[in-house]
Design a protein around this ligand. Structure first.
Ligand code: DSN
Length: 455
């Protein structure tokens, strides 16, 4: 008998097909990525690393001699690695080419693991890390008190200005005063393009300060050439997830500039050695066996990201986000930063319509539009009843929605906002089920015209 899990997967397929995904950190993978991820590679243990003696172009046909050179000797703790090593090398090579990096560690299971490994590679307990606070738009792993990292390291936070941009003056003043071991740039609810050059200049005056960028949200925009790459501006390390704008499997990735050598030799702790320090911090420092089925899927996704059509995709994400932002403004939505320069829009729902982000998230869920309630920098109400919602265009752009559909989306969002205003509480939303059902049917009709890849 079929396991109940498969019935639930079928229900989820229906939900994904019939609704529109507006969570800015979500996307749809290609059937090829899905196939690699669901492959028999999950059967294999491969703690350690493939042989690594610098990045070269290893794409294309390999002679037996080249294969032997690439895979021997390896630094694995298990036998039977001849295929795994080639897959992981391919993944590393493609990642480096996508982001102009000297080195890539493709083993982090998630973005959180990637960040923790970098902190562990460079910092001692108690060292200072300067990062944006969570309420201002940073990420949990950038020093939120509820995380393990925050108990080990001493996080100092900077915020945003009234216009939604990084508070560069605050960042500089705190960097000078605190002399952090890491300055961390990268955000989960931020709609501007960071001035990497300015931040690199600030870090130059701080001895032994590692410049780190967590580009999880915008990595696909960087790969697609529509967002600057911090590694081109003197940053030493860039972390990312692989499942957001990069459109790969759920996982993490660490890119770096510096010396690339055997992870077995104990390196001196210098910024130049950061790639080797990171390898040791991922395994055996913070993780065990890598998920080689996921690494294979990352390799397939990076192969897709290197293709010219991915540049077009990245450009359309931004075009859609900008259009949607402008359309929302026409309906009196107040946007943090007054618009967007990337894939993400942060709406101040409270200021726009007087109700909070949670009721709006719930009401939009009822019509098949999925986004998330989000705190705003000025919020004092905590994460459960924040004043804002966060939305973005990576997933709907993958399905092929364009500028015209953004106008329709904004119209639906306004209708749902009007309903929330009248209802004034979640409990009262049921009184408007007929109106919500009408919008849901319209959303479904549009969504089905743009199939989810692989469904
Ligand atoms: N949880 C992710 C997001 O939604 O932005 C960040 O890791």
């Amino acid at each position: 008998m079929k396991d109940l899990v498969f019935d639930l997967i079928d229900s989820e397929k229906k939900r994904q097909s019939e609704g529109l995904e507006l969570i800015p950190s979500e996307n749809y993978v290609s059937p090829a990525v899905l196939e690699a991820m669901g492959s028999i590679l999950t059967n294999k243990y491969s703690e350690g690393y493939p042989h690594f003696d610098g990045i070269g172009d290893i794409e294309g046909e390999w002679s037996e001699a080249e294969i032997a050179k690439q895979i021997l000797p390896n630094y694995r703790y298990y036998g039977g690695q001849e295929n795994i090593d080639r897959i992981e090398r391919l993944c590393i090579d493609r990642a480096c080419r996508l982001f102009h990096a000297d080195h890539a560690n493709v083993q982090p299971h998630s973005g959180a693991n990637a960040n923790e490994a970098v902190y562990f590679a460079w910092c001692n307990p108690g060292d200072k890390i300067l990062a944006m606070s969570l309420p201002a738009g940073g990420h949990l792993t950038h020093g939120s008190p509820v995380t393990r990292s925050a108990k080990i390291y001493n996080f100092i936070s900077y915020g945003v200005t009234k216009n939604g941009d990084i508070d560069y003056e605050e960042l500089e003043a705190k960097a000078i005063a605190e002399q952090p071991k890491i300055i961390l740039v990268g955000y989960s609810a931020f709609m501007k393009i960071p001035n990497f050059k300015r931040i690199a200049k600030i870090a130059k005056n701080i001895p032994n300060c590692l410049l780190m960028a967590d580009m999880a949200h915008v990595a696909g925009l960087i790969a697609g050439g529509v967002h600057p790459n911090p590694l081109d501006f003197g940053f030493n390390v860039m972390t990312t997830t692989t499942h957001k704008t990069l459109r790969g499997p759920r996982g993490g990735l660490i890119l770096s500039k510096g010396n690339v050598a055997s992870p077995l030799k104990k390196p001196e702790k210098t910024i130049e050695n950061i790639p080797i320090l990171i390898d040791r911090a991922v395994f055996p420092g913070t993780q065990g066996g890598p998920l080689e089925h996921v690494i294979a899927a990352k390799a397939v996704a990076f192969g897709e990201d290197l293709k010219p059509e991915f540049k077009d995709y990245a450009a359309r994400i931004v075009e859609n986000a900008k259009t949607l932002a402008e359309e929302l403004k026409k309906y009196d939505f107040v946007l943090q930063g007054n618009g967007t320069e990337n894939h993400l829009i942060l709406v101040n729902v409270k200021e726009s319509f007087g109700f909070d982000g949670k009721i709006y998230e719930k009401a939009l869920d009822k019509v098949g539009l999925t986004l998330n309630a989000n705190s705003l920098p000025t919020d004092k109400g905590g994460a459960f009843r924040p004043s804002g919602v966060r939305l973005g265009t990576p997933a709907i752009t993958t399905r092929g929605l364009g500028v015209e559909e953004m106008k329709t989306l904004a119209k639906w969002m306004k209708k749902v906002a009007d309903i929330c205003k009248e209802a004034s509480s979640e409990d009262n939303l049921s009184k408007y089920s007929a109106e919500l059902e009408t919008i849901k049917k319209e959303v479904r009709n549009l969504a089905l015209k743009f199939p989810v890849p692989g469904i």
